[in-house]
Design a protein around this ligand. Sequence first.
Ligand code: NAP
Length: 280
Amino acid sequence: MTEMPQITLSDGSKMPTYGQGTWHMGESRGSRADEVASLRLGIDLGITLIDTAEMYGSGVAEEICAEATQGRRDELFIVSKVLPYNGSQRGAIDACEKSLKRLKTDRIDLYLLHWRGSHPFEETLAAFERLQRDGKIRHHGVSNFDRADMEEWVKTAGGASVASNQVLYNLARRGPEWELIPWCRERNVSIMAYSPIEQGRMLGHAGLAEVAKRRGATPAQVALAWLLRQPGMVVIPKATDQNHLRENLGALDLKLGDDDLADLDRAFPPPKHRTRLGML
Ligand code: NAP
């Protein structure tokens, strides 16, 4: 079993830096058995973080997580998300209760606002604080928040304890390096890099292939190792194909050298100015 690196959150508790994504799970009945099996294999291989959301498969992804994690809840760090339409005080509490039922658990380790909607932050945060006091969520945070959203969130009552911001970040999407990631790092807010291999689209890139060849690794492993070397960074690749799952885990054993990093900077240049945060 692979030893999973962890980061320390502001309250001293630990969060694994490698997890399994679940977007698109639960969308087709025919894939359910494979989805459960891949999540189970991931847990057997030592991946203790699972990222899901009430949105995925309209709730069915959370049910698949429940099936895959039966009897193993205490080993796991479960992340789920509330849709912005449910971001009112009452709405977020109701949505969380429903997620808990589907996940067949009494607590979510990290509960995120999926993206910014029209409900005032005060309302969502009042719900998050209530859920935390009741032991239904251990930590809370946000997703798809750019720096200005973060500034506003932390100024709102309860917002300063934001544990994480889950954003689109990978070698081909380096915009967040300009100011969002440094801002989060300074405040010990972890970054969860979603679509860390750009949903597979970046894997044919010649610059990535060159580094992978030199290191005897695969492009996906290089892309994930590049993220994992950054402090406070969590990756959540999704892989229903068990060969993908095993391959991706190999990233944990890959240490990129200065020459690799320089070549990756040439192939995927860092930002030279502010850009708007992307979203998938
Ligand atoms: P991703 O993890 O970058 O890529 C997943 C896709 O790549 C799947 O089609 C998978 O296929 C394939 N894949 C995985 N490993 C591969 C490999 N080694 N070689 C070739 N193909 C490979 O994209 P993602 O699912 O968009 O992002 C990861 C997770 O982040 C999501 O599942 C979700 O939990 C979260 N997310 C959050 C947000 C948000 O708004 N907060 C948005 C997007 C994603 P198979 O499944 O067939 O193996």
